[in-house]
Write a protein that binds this ligand. Structure first.
Ligand SMILES: [Zn+2]
Length: 573
């Protein structure tokens, strides 16, 4: 018999077998037991956290002939057929390979036929975010009028790529990364069952590098076991986990060095999809940069290089970086680490970081000012500066490995230079024009098409636009606010991209619609300016009274109508 991967053999067959998702499995069990299941579910979360397993168990549980407390019996004909993947009424679709409209249309045609063997026909659509726009539209039609006895279970690692219209029609569950202890316990259980001897430290290393994904943990365990004769040694575990991360970091750093944001993003997605945490990955980038700086310095410092990090593949790309670029990367990574610690949108911050350090245009801008400084300074000053930076980096790496949060080292960077240009780029006339006839309905319509608009963009464009959202809209235009002034400037300067945005928006809205940009930090001020100007114009004799009138002021009422009560903030000057 062919060898079967551990994660297949040990796939959970009941809800109580599923590790680390107690709230979700309990809720699903209760729903099955009380016959209160929904007709559509969305399971989202990182790879290998139990989404597909739970989908299969749920499909079995609703159809089981002898369910017990919401659990499938795994003994009846239906359960057996499901476990052997021969139950025709459970249909699994991998959207990553079937992203066409045709496949979903096929579902639409067949969905109306009653299940043949079981009580419920269950469609499990894996990696549902990969569906094309047309396929999403077709799926939406089916979800809008679901036939009797049909259940959809959509699974995804990237819920942010799924149109809101789909999400709102599903019951949604977020699968969490599985704790290191839970992974450890499960691996011990499996190894004991298979009577395989193991080194405890080896298991620790595997659990750590799986970073919350049970499937990854078992895949790594599989690989490590294939090295040795039915025993798990520390050396094998190190080899398997080390090899994985080196290959990934080399491909990522090569794309950065070659100024290829799209490739760098692809590499990033692979790293995140393999279950690595964003924070651990940033620590690795800093460690690599530190070592590249030491290596490039061609001095005694290079003796301090950490040879376990600097593989020959990394040394081979060292001359693609100068130290200035490496310092810039470290700055950006450190700044990102702070955001990562306070956010649950870590993937987005990693995308922004990746584009920032790999876009030749941005990197060049940011490096422009220090280059001028460098021309004025003599060699010994330069050397002192380098030493300072390196000792700073060394402390930082030390702090990181101790788990201490470090402050952003941020040597002087041309932030002021960029900041000054923001106002010059701002197109207030266009913004005011939208505000002049903005309505809440238009804003709702703009937010509605937003996910579709994003799906029309290239990978790099999408990463830039991820930190932007519509904040006001009229029938002819949409004001889009950016979380970061830097991205606002990037897009504002790119007239071709801006036109593409407006064109695509017009297509989706089926009417001419202009996209106007604003940095989010400036948005409240601009909005207030507009409202104030409106008061002056509409009631020039009564400017004084606006300080007392507050909410009864008709212009404020107007603003509340446009933006909603929660965001109109009336302040006394
Ligand atoms: Zn059963």
């Amino acid at each position: 018999m062919a060898y079967q991967a551990l994660y297949r053999v040990w796939r959970p067959q009941t809800f109580s077998d599923v590790i680390g998702q107690d709230v979700i499995t309990q809720t699903l069990r209760n729903a099955v037991a009380s016959h209160m299941t929904s007709h559509a579910y969305l399971f989202s979360g990182p790879r290998g956290t139990g989404k597909t397993s739970c989908a299969k168990i749920l499909a079995k549980a609703v159809n089981c002939l002898n369910p017990h407390d919401g659990e499938p019996c795994n003994e009846c004909e239906i359960c057996k057929a499901a476990n052997e993947n021969r139950l025709n009424d459970v249909i699994e679709i991998d959207a990553a390979s079937n992203n066409g409209v045709e496949e979903i249309r096929d579902i639409r045609d067949k969905v109306k036929y009653a299940p043949t063997e079981a009580q419920f026909k269950v469609y499990i659509i894996d990696e549902v975010h990969m569906l094309s726009q047309g396929a999403f539209n077709a799926l939406l039609k089916t979800l809008e009028e679901p036939p009797e006895n049909v259940m959809f279970i959509l699974a995804t690692t990237e819920p942010q790529k799924i149109p809101a219209t789909i999400i709102s029609r599903t019951q949604s569950f977020n699968f969490r990364r599985i704790s290191r202890q839970d992974i450890l316990t499960r691996m011990e259980f499996i190894l004991n069952d298979k009577k395989i001897e193991y080194d405890e430290e080896a298991l620790n290393i595997i659990a750590a590098s799986a970073e919350g994904g049970m499937r990854d943990a078992l895949s790594i365990l599989d690989q490590a076991l294939s090295y040795g004769d039915d025993s798990l040694t520390l050396k094998n575990a190190q080899e398997v986990t080390g090899a994985l991360s080196n290959e990934q970091i080399v491909s990522y750093m090569t794309a950065i060095a070659d100024n290829k944001p799209a490739e760098a993003l692809t590499s990033l997605y692979q790293i995140l999809a393999s279950g690595r945490s964003a924070l651990r990955f940033t620590e690795m980038i800093i460690r690599v940069c530190r070592n590249l700086i030491l290596y490039n310095s061609n001095s005694d410092l290079s003796k301090q290089m950490d040879n376990s990090v600097m593989t020959k593949e990394l040394l081979a790309i060292s001359d693609k970086f100068d130290n200035q670029r490496l310092f810039y990367i470290v700055d950006q990574v450190s700044a990102t680490q702070k955001n990562l610690k306070n956010s649950n949108q870590t993937d987005i911050y990693m995308e922004i970081l990746t584009v920032k350090i790999s876009e030749p245009k941005i990197a060049k801008q940011a490096l422009a000012a220090p280059t001028e400084v460098k021309n004025d300074s003599d060699n010994s000053q330069e050397f002192d500066k380098l030493r300072d930076e390196i000792s700073h980096l060394q402390n930082e790496v030390k702090d990181l490995s101790n788990g201490v949060q470090v402050a952003n080292p941020a040597p002087a960077k041309p932030k002021t230079h960029r900041r000054a240009n923001t106002n010059a780029r701002l197109n207030k006339t266009a913004i005011y024009k939208v505000l002049g006839s903005a309505t809440k309905d238009d804003l709702a319509a703009a937010r509605d098409i937003w996910p579709d608009l994003m799906s029309m963009l290239s990978i790099t464009q999408r990463a830039m636009m991820k930190v932007a959202e519509p904040v006001a809209a009229s029938s002819e235009g949409i004001v889009v606010a950016f979380d970061y002034a830097m991205w606002f400037e990037q897009v504002q300067d790119d007239s071709e991209f801006l036109k593409e945005l407006s064109d695509n928006t017009s297509k989706l809205m089926k009417k001419d619609c202009q996209i106007v940009l604003v940095p989010k930090a400036d948005w409240p001020k601009i909005r207030k300016e507009y409202i104030d100007n409106n008061i002056d114009l509409s009631n020039p004799d009564n400017v004084e009274s606006k300080k007392e009138t507050k909410k009864t002021d008709p212009t404020v009422d107007e603003a509340v109508k446009l933006f909603g009560e929660d965001i109109v903030d009336v302040k006394d000057d």
